[in-house]
Design a protein. Sequence first.
Length: 229
Amino acid sequence: MTNKFRENFFILLSSNICTIVMVIIIPRILNGTVISDDEGIALSNYTSIGGIIYCLCCVVLICVLYAFIRQHDQSGIVINNNVTPVQTANYPNESADYIREKHRKDMEVEKNVRLKTVTDYTYNIMSPFLTDDCLDLLCQNIKLFEVPGSSLTAIRTNGSLSTLDIKHYGWNIGERLGWSGQQRASFIKLCFPKELSELEVETIRRTFRQKGKCIIDIDIPAKDSFDFH
């Protein structure tokens, strides 16, 4: 008999015995002087030793059954207080700091690869139209464009490139570097102020992929690649 079962049993037994004594036996004894013959027979049945034992046995049986049923119902509820906290991995290859640092380095490597690809493309596609100094300045502008507080140097072409060519060039490098349309338009507006003097940044942004006669074509990179064709 478990502690919980024993507790339920004695609580029910005590309450039922008190109920019988207070509701049946005591009132009968106190009112015994005014009881009729028929009621006297009933009183003798309640107050006799055999009757009392019979009532107590019934109460005990009921209490046992009720306590057993409650114990059985409560046994299905399992409370587990032994909760093991999740442990942070202590291995270097799985630590959060290691993963963050690795991600930062991977992003830095990819950024440098993209920048070199764009720089090589700039030298290849713009060499016929710019002096060596202007080529170097243009590549320097690309590196400085995303650096806060930096100022870009204006570039002068030899006059062979149209505004459409410059817009295509700006779109092509911006696509590889992850620049927005606004960033691409702002970049070429700052680098080629003379050639784009009649165009606003918003106009450039809306007409980047405009078709027409040009020397520099739009170069759409392949999926998951930033190489030029």
